[in-house]
Design a protein around this ligand. Structure first.
Ligand code: UDX
Ligand code: ADP
Length: 464
């Protein structure tokens, strides 16, 4: 079988960048070019100030960059010169027209497929890397077929399971790699060619080969199951708070059952990120499309519960602060959707802040990795109020102490490690009294905080 010597990846984002960096690091004999229409992003990948924050990523990039890892905006030449092309473009939920708010917007995928068809002069293996609805490969195939002049394409699905914040680790030591392809001799050959690349550093028995659609559906299902676990435990936080049970104790008790397992049972202010909501909405859309309303409703409940959880957290702050936060400063610690990333897509922080601002709070925010511009852009996207008002009412600080100064309450939104070692006495002394602390992640030592003088409201824990 012919070994792949050149790879191109369309899309230099959270998935494409780290994935290609690790492939290049592990396969020094393969030339890897990452291309993007966003010239700024490409320029940043060429510096030590990478466009995304991922622990360990810079070291990997530096090892391979200039050797066999390249970043470029010359999409056409990169496609033409490569034997294998990864599609790693963004696939947000549609914000318009048919399937609005549910279906994935495939315009970037379609554009990339058209570009590949248009410029290719030799056979290619096209790999779907972005999370896509089941049967997208079929559409990609149709586009590729339309435009070929004797050039043959094989389409593979190779979903990415990396989680942000641990991308490098997840790529270097994945639980498994999944590769789906056509069960024809050419399809099986293409599956083998990609398997061969991963086999540079992943044991072959961990590389699962399936049909194309099974692979596509497995990605959506994996994310739906993970999100479902969080919504399940989060659904119990309200019950715990009402009855005096402790959700962390419940999670621990059930998690020791090996059939249930302990991971993804951490109660929170609600899950965020670019994948969970989008993938479940995709699943819901597919079920509806195929006339399965009961199945659609089942999975949609995971999202409904998550929206409820974010809303409940904000409402709880307002109720506890004597039913109004008007004119009161509320400090939000954390804006990213989880720790160790600067990604804010679907972060609970956006919705909590928006609800507090609607009740006329003054919001002070600190996040170690998220820029002020990004925070305002996130809020403005919701269009709840004019951008100018968001700027007047929400202030971004460069450290936690300033964010909390003169606040009536603090809300922990992201589980950044540095919040655990803050000088909580110093923070308390500079706050309005009574000083409330709402822990949306249960990462702090609540008995210590109570000793200091805080009134602590922890997610899923009954009254003091
Ligand atoms: C997820 C999947 O884990 C990954 O396999 C897939 O490729 C992409 O989607 P990611 O969105 O990067 O990864 O982060 P993840 O660690 O799964 O967290 C998602 C959200 O759930 C975060 O907001 C996180 O804080 C929240 N979460 C996670 C909880 O609230 N409780 C938990 O127990 C775990
Ligand atoms: P993900 O989390 O899926 O990686 P990102 O938004 O971080 O999503 O990255 C997707 C990248 O794909 C962006 O940098 C975007 O500019 C790029 N992109 C989108 N459409 C195209 C296209 N047609 N050609 C090249 N790059 C594209």
């Amino acid at each position: 079988m012919k070994k792949i010597k050149s790879i191109c990846c369309i899309g230099a984002g959270y998935v494409g960048g780290p994935t290609m960096a690790v492939i290049a690091q592990q396969c020094p004999e393969i030339k890897v070019i990452v291309v993007d229409i966003n010239a700024d992003r490409i320029a940043q990948w060429q510096t030590d100030n990478l466009p995304i924050y991922e622990p360990g990523l810079l070291e990997v990039v530096k090892e391979a960059r200039g050797r066999n890892l390249f970043f470029s905006t010359d999409i056409e030449n990169a496609i033409r010169d490569s034997e294998m092309i990864f599609m790693s473009v963004n696939t947000p939920t549609k914000t318009y027209g048919l399937g609005k708010g549910r279906a994935a917007d495939l315009k970037f995928v379609e554009l990339s497929a058209r570009k590949i068809a248009e410029v290719s002069t030799s056979d290619k293996i096209v790999v779907e890397k972005s999370t896509l609805p089941v049967r997208t490969a079929e559409s990609i195939k149709t586009i590729l077929k339309e435009h070929t002049n004797g050039v043959k394409f094989q389409v593979l699905s190779n979903p990415e399971f990396l989680a942000e914040g641990t991308a490098v680790q997840d790529l270097q030591k994945p639980d498994r790699v999944l590769i789906g392809g056509d069960q024809t001799p050419e399809g099986l050959q293409a599956i083998e060619a990609l398997t061969d690349i991963y086999a540079h550093w992943i044991p072959r028995e961990q590389i699962i080969q399936t049909r194309l659609w099974s692979s596509e559906l497995s990605k959506l299902t994996a994310n739906a199951f993970l999100a479902q676990r969080i919504s399940s435990i989060n659904s119990l936080t309200a019950l715990c708070e009402a009855t005096g049970a402790d959700v962390d104790e419940v999670a621990y008790a059930i998690g020791t059952d090996s059939r249930i397992g302990s991971k993804f049972l951490k109660a929170s202010v609600g899950f965020g990120g670019s994948c969970f909501q989008k993938d479940i909405l995709n699943l819901v859309y597919l079920c509806e499309y195929f006339g399965l309303p009961e199945v659609a409703a089942y999975w949609e409940q995971v999202i409904i519960m998550n929206d409820y959880q974010k809303k409940r957290f904000a409402t709880n702050i307002i109720h506890t602060l004597f039913n109004t936060v008007s004119g009161k400063k509320i400090a939000l610690l954390g804006w990213a959707f989880k720790k160790d990333t600067n990604d804010t897509r679907e972060s609970a922080a956006i919705y909590v802040a928006d609800d507090l601002l609607s009740d006329l709070a003054q919001v002070g925010v600190y996040d170690p990795q998220v820029s002020a511009d990004k925070m305002y852009a996130d809020l403005n996207y919701l269009q709840t109020r004019p951008a100018k008002e968001n700027e007047q009412m929400l202030e971004v600080h460069s450290n936690a102490y300033d964010a909390c100064k003169d606040a009536h309450a603090i809300a922990i939104i992201t589980e950044w490690d540095e919040f655990k070692t803050l000088d909580w006495q110093r923070i308390f002394d500079q706050m309005k009294k009574p000083a409330f602390l709402f822990d949306g992640r249960n990462i702090l030592n609540h008995s210590h905080l109570r000793e200091v003088g805080f009134i602590v409201k922890a997610i899923g824990k009954g009254a003091e």
